[in-house]
Design a protein. Structure first.
Length: 537
């Protein structure tokens, strides 16, 4: 049923009352009320305020597109992607390059220094690549060092001398750091945090959609409550006019008009309060579906199109609990937390092991430059053999001077280390998290069962409220009929009007509560309670 249909229904009710009016004065008053209602139903929107008709599906779509809580939460997966990339960057190779040029002159202290003073000019070019290996915590260091040396030392066999060295070292842990180490621990935790950020986003969306649905139904309730209060005010004002007409023709005492006016004033006060509630409910809904105060809808007016329906269906609590165990974001989150605890436990257990590393090193060397062949130590030069850096590179390529070594290093702490204490604490924390998981499963089953019981209770409430409203309508009609023939008084008419308004409000409130209970029943099967918190590695 749409809003216009509700207005047509109200017009029809007043039209039937007008046709049944026995006196010309009362008929005139009812015709005026009917004309006012028709005019209100056909009035154009107020200038400067955009009126937007929105269905429930439309406000949900707006929330998914514009809600700021969702917009903020959508950034978290991207942040976690960057955190994962930051952890993975640890395994990228690192290149180091160094250039150096130096000159040094030393005084002679022995006959073997090669002169009264020895000057040496050295130029170096070194480069190295270091990389951590993902496999079993190993690391590789590769270096290529080159230098050119020119000296005044006459004992030097190469002048200028070129020397090049290739050096490769691989370090592999065999105990501590073999199964897991700190970089791999942080990378694994970052990946789990990435999954948790998706769960948090899903939880935020689910909770926001539930809030939007509830806010929409609150707005519907507030809007229809205003309509009910307007109807009650119209009836009260009609009674005032009817009583005045009766006073004029002498069939009623003037005090009856005062009583009717008092009731009309009370109805105006109730109408003002419900209109304030309507504005508050509208603002609460806007908060959830606009992107900011510059959104066009922020300064507009929302007219809810959908009205709450009531079509009760049987609820399968067992299936709902099973679905909640599979889909609840907070349950999935604590399971991911168990994964983080397991990683931390493995890392702390690894820290309790001795450090046993095997280090393999392989080195190649090359020597080149202009070579001086002498007759003996410090003797005269017999021959000069030209050469340069290419000679050193050729020796390096032919592996003329290889050097290799294998080293086994063991480090073992004496006594109970801090790592063993931390490992014992982590085991207790894991057991605590497992207990929290079982506790949460019980809470979820209880929440789902309570939500199902709430639905059943509201169904009974609606049935009772509908019966009460129908009886209140019949009573008001009966009191009006008796009043027309002088068998009733203003007091009973006013009381019947109040009872009808109360019964209509109770029925509407029950139907709206049923829709909100349906929303809650869906929410407890898939969303967590409260705001998400990001797990830190």
């Amino acid at each position: 049923m749409r809003r216009k249909e509700l207005e047509r229904l109200r017009i029809g009710v007043l039209l039937m009352a007008w046709l049944a009016a026995p006196s010309p004065a009362a008929a005139q008053v009812q015709r005026a009320a009917l004309a006012e209602l028709i005019a209100r139903a056909t009035l154009a929107p107020q200038a400067g305020a955009q009126e937007v008709d929105l269905t429930l599906d439309e406000v949900v779509a707006r929330a998914l597109e514009r809600n700021l809580d969702i917009a903020v939460q959508r950034l978290n997966p991207q942040v976690q992607d960057l955190a994962v990339a930051e952890r993975q960057a640890f395994y990228l190779p690192t290149l180091t390059t160094a250039f150096n040029n130096s000159s040094r002159t030393n005084p002679s202290s022995t006959q073997l220094d090669g002169g009264q003073s020895v000057s040496t000019d050295t130029a170096t070019f070194n480069s190295a690549v270091t990389q951590a290996v993902r496999w079993r915590g190993g690391s590789v260091d590769v270096g290529w060092n080159n230098n050119r040396t020119e000296t005044t030392n006459f004992f030097s066999s190469f002048n200028p001398s070129y020397r090049t060295t290739f050096d490769a070292t691989y370090t592999q842990p065999l105990l501590r750091g073999f199964q897991i180490d700190s970089p791999r621990q942080q990378l694994l935790i970052s990946r789990i945090n990435r999954e948790i950020s998706d769960l948090d986003l899903r939880q935020t969306i689910n909770n926001t959609v539930a809030q939007v649905r509830n806010a929409y139904w609150d707005l519907v309730y507030a809007s229809q409550t205003v309509d009910v209060q307007r109807q009650a005010l119209a009836l009260a004002e009609k009674l005032v006019q009817d009583n005045r007409a009766r006073v004029e023709i002498g069939t009623m005492a003037p005090i009856e008009v005062v009583q009717a006016q008092s009731e009309a004033a009370a109805r105006r006060q109730s109408l003002a309060q419900t209109e304030q509630t309507l504005r508050t409910a509208e603002l609460a809904l806007k908060r959830l579906i606009v992107s900011g105060t510059n959104d066009d809808l922020w300064n507009g007016r929302i007219r809810p199109v959908d009205v709450p329906g009531f079509s009760p269906a049987p609820v399968d609590v067992t299936s709902a609990i099973r679905a909640a165990m599979e889909r609840r974001a907070d349950l999935a989150r604590i399971r991911e937390q168990l994964g983080i605890n397991d990683i931390n436990l493995r890392a702390l257990r690894n820290e309790t092991l001795p450090a046993l590393d095997v280090v393999g090193n392989f080195q190649l060397q090359g020597q080149g430059g202009t070579q001086y062949a002498r007759s003996g130590l410090g003797g005269s030069v017999l021959n000069i053999i030209p050469g340069g850096f290419g000679d050193a590179l050729n020796q390096l390529a032919r592996a003329n001077f290889p050097v290799w070594s294998v080293q086994l290093r063991l480090t073992y702490p004496l006594g109970q280390s801090s790592a063993q204490v931390a490992y014992a604490r982590a085991r207790l924390e894991t057991q605590q998290t497992q207990a929290q998981l079982r506790q949460l499963e019980l809470e979820i089953a209880t929440e789902v069962a309570n939500a199902a019981q709430q639905l059943d209770s509201i169904v009974k409430r609606i049935e009772a409220a509908t019966a009460s409203r129908e009886l209140a309508e019949q009573r008001l009609q009966a009191e009006q009929s008796k009043f027309e023939v002088g068998l009733s008084t203003n007091f009973f008419i006013v009381q019947a009007q109040r009872d009808l308004a109360t019964a209509q409000d109770a029925e509407l409130r029950a139907i709206v509560d049923y829709q909100k209970a349906l929303t809650e029943f869906e929410r407890v099967q898939q969303a967590m309670v409260g705001r998400p918190t990001q797990t830190q590695p």
